[in-house]
Design a protein around this ligand. Structure first.
Ligand code: SF4
Length: 325
């Protein structure tokens, strides 16, 4: 059978009802699958669906007897994460599950997208012949990327014009947000405790996060970004760019910058290396404080013009040929 709505989107109330209405119980097979689901997330991949479909739009398939197991493995993975409350695992899982759902959305029917939108609180509608979203929905779920900033969008009568692709991108963000929140799990079953230990082994050691900077070495905006990386937050594009430029300007070795970025939930080794090499090659210069403010990354009023002038300690590592600002 094709993947059902519930299998594609196991976080929905329909999927929850299916699990609750079944005689499904936690067992070793389900727990192994749940662990595998998290392990796959840590590798930066979406679990399963691409093995069951192809890029030409052939429907994804799942054996009927596997459907409940699939839903159960998702629920078990969530229970383990609620028990562990480890930010690294939670954020990695959130990114992977959101991407998994998004890979289905791109090929799903309009009816299913509408149904999912109702669940997530994203209801696109026709407005003057174009697809549009109410501003409050758009603002709640738009990615923190400059392309999605309202000042660059066509806004009219409380609606923002969007494309189908953008609606799916917003839905992906909404799924990620859903995946990042957990209610504390009171008295988890022993099987959840036991298998949770297997996940903790996968969490990187804190030593990777240690920096040679001392307190006060960096301006508040950069400290905040470093803290975000340390807490495995999903920093947006501008934040990553700024942090990379700053660290390279401070002569932090590329390998170390890469190690810091490896804490981000959607980290990809090759992509990050390529981007760091690109920054070095193009000689990007540090954005000014005004630009940082426009990115929403300025958190204080240091009156130094640019974060790189913090305490006058650092010199740009290279005279910029290009500029990110
Ligand atoms: S004023 Fe400049 S250095 Fe200070 S927090 Fe803002 S962007 Fe950073």
């Amino acid at each position: 059978m094709e993947f059902s709505f519930s299998s594609k989107y196991p976080f929905t109330s329909e999927a929850k009802q299916k699990v609750e209405g079944s005689s499904l119980e936690l067992n070793d097979e389900m727990m192994e699958r749940a662990v595998q689901r998290v392990v796959t997330a840590l590798k930066g991949k979406a679990e399963a669906p691409l093995e069951h479909g192809d890029e030409r739009g052939t429907p994804y398939h799942i054996h009927p007897s596997d459907e409940l197991l699939e839903l159960g493995s998702y629920a078990a993975a969530r229970m383990m994460l609620a028990h562990l409350r480890n930010r690294f695992l939670i954020n990695k899982f959130a990114v992977a599950e959101a991407k998994r759902a998004s890979s289905f959305m791109g090929k799903d029917s309009e009816e299913n997208l509408r149904k999912l939108g109702d669940e997530l609180g994203i209801n696109p509608q026709e407005f003057e012949g174009k697809l549009a979203l109410p501003v409050y929905q758009y603002a709640s779920f738009s990615p923190r990327s400059i392309d999605y900033r309202l000042i660059f969008r066509n806004v009219k009568n409380g609606f923002v014009e969007v494309t189908r692709h953008e609606v799916i991108r917003l839905m992906e963000e909404a799924v990620k947000g859903k995946m990042e929140s957990y209610k504390p799990l009171q008295n988890p079953p022993q099987i959840i405790r036991d298998y949770s230990q297997k996940l903790m082994v996968l969490v990187p050691k804190e030593t990777v996060l240690k920096m040679s900077f001392k307190e006060g070495d960096n301006p508040p905006c950069i400290e905040k970004l470093l803290e975000g990386a340390k807490a495995h937050q999903n920093l947006n594009h501008q934040a990553r760019l700024v942090l990379a430029i700053y660290l390279l300007a401070r002569n932090v070795p590329v390998e170390k910058v890469q190690a810091i970025f490896s804490n981000l939930p959607d980290y990809e080794d090759r992509k990050t290396k390529y981007q760091l090499d690109h920054i070095i090659k193009r000689g990007y210069s540090m954005p000014s404080c005004a630009t940082m403010l426009s990115y929403g990354l300025c958190v204080a009023d240091c009156r130094i013009g640019s974060p790189i002038r913090w305490k006058g300690k650092v010199e740009p590592w290279k005279k910029g040929k290009g500029s990110s600002s």
